[in-house]
Write a protein that binds this ligand. Structure first.
Ligand code: ATP
Length: 348
């Protein structure tokens, strides 16, 4: 049973003259048994957060607590955590079973089991029964990563930390392994913090996620909430590929508002009385060729064929637009949106 709490955690590197702020006041609570993901672009502080939880980094300010107990003075080896990194870091001269057993060198197996029994149990859990005698280089990348997971889980840690564990694998393997990882995590019910820069992976795998940007947490919530109700412009653009418009209210009626964006005027749902400016967003699939309201003609920059859909990056009136269309568009494409698909980010 472990709840993890970070309060006001900041981490600065370097000197006053040449300082890097890796974390700037991070508050997070990861609930007992939860699969919690830190997602954000490169350099936003995900790994620093994970290393601070593990005890490899000491926060410049703030506290880390497990189940209400401050961890600041507790060295990493006494924190009862299992860690898996992007590089599998298996010992090449040891067999698979010895690698998994290595996790038990410094801790006894749980519930009085023998090391051999525990290793066999873990190999079964990660679907590698019968592979114990192999050397790591006789396994595929995905299998090696499952050995690394088994090794981290062998001593039955309270907390599992995973730093981009799938990013060295090819796309298909990544997807099947993430399903397996999710299954193992929920079987064990172990509190897990997962780091990725891949928003799709974060949405697919997590109970809740924290979207990070520049050393701060932008939003915490379950995947559906982060996707459908982004709290900030950053979350809207990073997670949902939303198009964000900034407009000025030109008219308010009982059931809607008319908003000027550039030289166009859009119909939006009702806004709070007195609203003068509004930033709102639309997910790619809500800008459609069929919509008869709020139409704009988008100049197409690039198209990505994704099988079911084509993701189109374009521009209209200086605004970057992302569309999800059923087929490749020509150089320009006219789309519209329904007022009810608008998600309001900010008003003033
Ligand atoms: P990535 O996805 O690229 O791994 P990240 O979100 O994990 O990125 P961090 O590795 O946590 O980001 O780094 C956050 C910031 O802190 C970056 O600007 C990084 O350059 C800086 N940083 C990290 N470690 C150190 C260090 N030891 N010394 C100085 N700066 C550091």
């Amino acid at each position: 049973m472990t709840e993890l709490r970070l309060e006001g955690v900041s981490k600065r590197y370097g000197t006053d003259d040449d300082e890097t702020v890796a974390l700037a006041g991070v508050d997070l609570t990861v609930r007992d048994g939860e699969f919690f993901t830190l997602v954000g672009p490169s350099g936003c502080g995900k790994t620093t957060t994970l290393r601070t939880i593990a005890g490899f980094e000491t926060p410049t300010e703030g506290t880390v607590a497990f189940d209400g107990e401050a961890m600041t003075a507790v060295p990493p080896e006494d924190r009862d955590i299992g860690i898996v990194f992007q590089s599998y870091a298996l010992f090449p001269h040891m067999s698979v079973a010895e690698n998994v057993g290595y996790g038990l060198e410094f801790r006894d197996p749980p519930d009085g089991r023998s090391v051999d029994d525990r290793v066999a149990e873990l190999l079964e859990l990660v679907d590698l029964s019968g592979m114990g005698e192999r050397a790591p280089d006789q396994l595929s990348g995905g299998q090696q990563q499952r050995v690394a997971l088994a090794r981290a889980l062998a001593p039955a840690p309270d907390l599992l930390l995973l730093d981009e564990p799938l990013s060295a694998l090819d796309a298909q393997l990544r997807e099947s392994l993430r399903l397996q990882l999710k299954r193992i995590q929920s079987t064990l019910d172990i509190t897990t913090v997962y780091v990725t820069h891949d928003q799709e992976e974060a949405l697919a795998i997590s109970d809740r996620l924290a979207v990070m940007s520049a050393g701060t947490v932008e939003q915490v919530g379950p995947p559906q909430e982060i996707y459908h109700e982004p709290a900030t412009r950053f979350v809207a653009e990073f997670v949902g590929d939303n198009t964000v418009f900034d407009g000025r209210v030109s008219e308010t009626t009982a059931d809607g508002a008319r908003v000027a964006v550039g030289d166009a005027t859009f119909d939006l749902p009702a806004l709070p009385p007195g609203t003068e400016t509004v930033s709102f967003c639309l997910r790619p699939g809500t800008l459609t060729r069929d919509a008869d309201r709020n139409r704009v003609t988008v100049a197409v920059d690039t198209c990505e064929f994704l099988g079911e859909r084509v993701r189109v990056h374009g521009r209209w009136n200086g605004t970057a637009i992302v569309l999800g269309l059923e087929s490749m568009p020509p150089e320009t494409v006219t789309v519209g949106f329904a007022p009810e698909d608008v998600h309001v980010l900010e008003t003033s």
